[in-house]
Design a protein around this ligand. Structure first.
Ligand code: SF4
Length: 456
């Protein structure tokens, strides 16, 4: 029996580790030269590439949303945005070797389907023109708000090889939906999934969130059961990150209605049980997939990695992001675009890559990134494998960090034996709390200055 009250003490502001170093550590004196040097090094290693396109517009605010979103009803903004993204691709292509193989394309937002079918076709056309070597087996994913999704848009996706669709659902309770300002009856989601299935989409993901206002263990069980009725291939179950100091719309949420850390842990445990009974395996800290899904296979083979979109099986790729706020990632760098639309457009008008911050990874950063991502991706840490890769004596180098894990071991979150850290089932729920012990930057940040969401 898991003691949730005991585990609730781990509820603390901890990074989500979609990158290491985490975004607050990126340098704001990051220059065009830094970016160009990184892209040139990436060209030299010649890895295949992933492409990410941030389509930031939404018609209205969902109060839980932590994404970088521009709320608008102005249609003309969208054509203008595509024009700028086209110019951004042209600028970056002066340095990036666009003949490298593209193995992954992802549209995120915002609401990508806020763009019309014709605008989406235009964006895909731009990508195909700029990147002539798109793999036959490209994984092409789109995030979709079922409330804004038409057959015409799906026809464009199907015609152009979109094979993964992720539907935002969050919670099917009318009370929760009203509290978060997102009314989306189950039938709308059901219909959207059917549209995708009818056009042969092979992978359907449903996004849920636990920790929203008015959710309880019992009410959430209903949402979990309805989710299984949609017959998804994958389910993402995100922990609601309440960060009202960063996102103004979150201030509209009545904090007294947010479930406690212990309740949230119980909700997650219910999900693990109900989805487990439904034939899903837990992948990473917040995903579920069928045993034959690529994510499950990658987890078993120790190849699962975390990135900005969650978990990926394409760790071999360098990632290049386009559009406001998007992040590019290579073996030894991160580079992020401006978050403000005016700044983004101004840089492009000046013929520059619209970047505003980034990080050049030191040897220590690369080592710690490998360790943190190994824990986040495979829930284990093999000392000998790290030693072989980085030429270090693991126990000597990380003696204080291993010591700091002892109380977590005593609480049953992990075990340290045979030169290996193995995370327990319970520890998976608190994987961020485990990974943080290897974060060198966090150690230098006073607890009061940690502006991250709570781990539980
Ligand atoms: S959850 Fe999706 S639709 Fe809602 S505001 Fe965020 S990006 Fe827009």
């Amino acid at each position: 029996m898991i003691d949730y009250e005991k585990l609730a003490k781990y509820s603390a502001p901890v990074p989500r580790y979609t990158s290491y170093p985490t975004a607050p550590e990126f340098r704001e004196d990051w220059t065009q030269r830094d970016f160009i040097d990184c892209v040139n090094r990436s060209n030299k290693n010649g890895a295949a590439i992933s492409l990410y396109f941030h389509l930031p517009f939404c018609r209205s605010a969902c109060y839980f949303c932590g994404c970088n979103v521009i709320y608008t009803s102005k249609e003309e903004l969208k054509d203008r945005y595509v024009d700028y993204m086209s110019r951004e691709i042209a600028i970056v292509s002066k340095t990036l070797d666009t003949k490298r193989e593209v193995r992954q394309i992802h549209f995120g937002g915002g609401t990508p389907t806020f763009f019309s079918a014709a605008q989406l076709a235009r964006i895909i056309g731009l990508i195909k023109n700029a990147f002539p070597n798109i793999s036959q087996n490209v994984e092409f994913g789109v995030e979709i708000d079922p409330r804004f999704f038409s057959i015409e848009q799906m026809d464009v996706f199907a015609k152009n090889g979109v094979n993964r669709i992720s539907f935002g659902a969050q919670d099917f309770s009318p009370q929760v939906q009203e509290a978060v300002h997102r009314i989306q009856p189950f039938s709308i989601t059901q219909n959207a999934v059917q549209i995708a299935r009818d056009r042969g989409v092979k992978s359907v993901n449903v996004d849920l969130i636990y920790g929203l206002p008015y959710q309880s263990e019992n009410s959430f069980k209903e949402t979990l059961k309805l989710t299984l009725e949609l017959k998804p291939d994958r389910i993402a179950l995100f922990n609601y990150a309440h960060v009202p100091w960063l996102k103004k719309t979150m201030r509209k949420i009545d904090e007294t209605t947010i479930p406690s850390a212990a309740e949230k842990l119980k909700m997650f445990q219910s999900a693990a049980e109900i989805f487990g009974a439904g034939g899903f395996e837990m992948i990473g800290m917040d995903h579920f997939a069928k045993p034959n899904d690529e994510l499950s296979v990658a987890l078993k083979e120790g190849k699962l990695r975390r990135n900005f979109q969650g978990y990926t099986t394409h760790n071999e790729c360098d990632l290049f992001g386009f559009g406001v706020t998007s992040i590019s990632e290579g073996a030894d760098f991160y580079s992020q675009n401006f978050r403000d639309l005016n700044d983004y457009e101004k840089a492009i008008d000046e013929g520059k890559a619209p970047i505003f911050r980034g990080a050049q990874l030191s040897d220590d950063d690369r080592l710690r990134k490998r360790i943190i991502f190994s824990l986040m991706g495979s829930f284990a840490l093999d000392f000998a494998a790290i030693e072989a890769e980085f030429g270090i004596d693991f126990e000597k180098r990380f003696a204080p960090d291993l010591e700091a894990l002892k109380p977590l071991e005593a609480d049953g979150l992990l075990s340290i034996a045979n030169r290996r850290v193995a995370v327990s089932e319970t520890g998976r729920l608190l994987i961020r709390n485990i990974a943080m012990h290897f974060d060198e930057y966090l150690k230098k940040t006073a607890v009061s200055d940690r502006r991250f969401s709570k781990s539980v």
